[in-house]
Write a protein that binds this ligand. Sequence first.
Ligand code: SF4
Ligand code: SF4
Length: 382
Amino acid sequence: MVYSREELLRDISKFLEYCKQCGFCTPVCPVLKVSDYVETYGPRGRLLQGRGVVEGGLRPRPELSSRIYCTLCGFCEVKCIAALKLTDLYLAVRHYLSDSGLIPEQVKQVSKAILGLNNPYNVEPSIKAMWLDYLPERPAERGKVLYWAGCTSAIRNPETASNAYQLIKELSGPEVAVIAEEPCCGWPLYLNGDVESYKEQLTKALNAIKKSGAEIVITTCPACTRSLREKAKELGIEHGLKIYHVVEYLHELLKAGRLPKFELEAVITYHDPCDLGRHLGRVKEPREVLNSIKGLKIVEMRGSGLESNCCGGGGLYQVMHMDRAYRIASLRLKDMPSNVRTLVTACPSCEMTLRTEVANEGLDVEVLDVVDLLMRARRPQS
Ligand code: SF4
Ligand code: SF4
């Protein structure tokens, strides 16, 4: 949605009118926690600064634009007693900043990389396709079922992408296709407020999917799921495709009694990705899939489900404030139950962020995706 200044002002005024100033949104905000609890960086501060920028009273400087960026984790919304859709408003402010030519330089580079190289990491497309080298064979280019790796799985977590493809192929038959030169779905452009470029990039991605002959698209990335499914629908793009996050797909198979037997003696904990849990509402599904593994025990983290603490990896906050993002990841790792050394999640950005912080701190913790764990736990059906 492209906001005009008047529409945004009206919405911000409405939000401020409904806001009870109770502050329940404040203590849960991960950005506030790593910003010395200075309210400027918290949900209410973000709301007020948004108003200041749009009204014109607050001089829009680069530092101000950078303060508007948060992880968009949505925890403040869960706590808001007035049920305010705060992340929608933060995004609308980003859209306004983008339309006014005020987006920060760091995130501009991300947009440039997507438009130039089809991925936000500014790497050559051949590097993005390197995850295919982990596979025992070259996947088909056409098929009814398509595995959509997404930029972060493909570039940052190639083993997860490879495991996902192999698992989906085992469960869905030989006709699982992959697009070797998969374009970015454009989600970071949306997060940067550049809605027009986002629509173009999303259309390009959907055209590539259609060209593959796919009817079902399965991805390991919850942000791609939001983009290809929810946001496409919201923007009025009818594509007729069934888009699944891999956990949703596995859960559907489980409910239909079509998930094979998995077995693994292990104790793990599960980190709910904000995009999958709070934004797509998938909290019970990953747990039910994991609980179907015989011998597996899940011990919950402090803060889980809809009240999960963020890992710091979302909303392009990491691009703006890398140090603080990893401090958020560090806090999240402290939520792990003692004596549990395996942290499972279902989002490539969470996986990458938490794994990097584990390495930074030299911790004895393994970070895996649900598909990595399932591949480890698979055994022939008896
Ligand atoms: S969405 Fe998350 S990071 Fe952003 S203000 Fe709300 S709680 Fe803080
Ligand atoms: S929880 Fe909602 S109503 Fe309370 S201060 Fe935060 S935004 Fe306002």
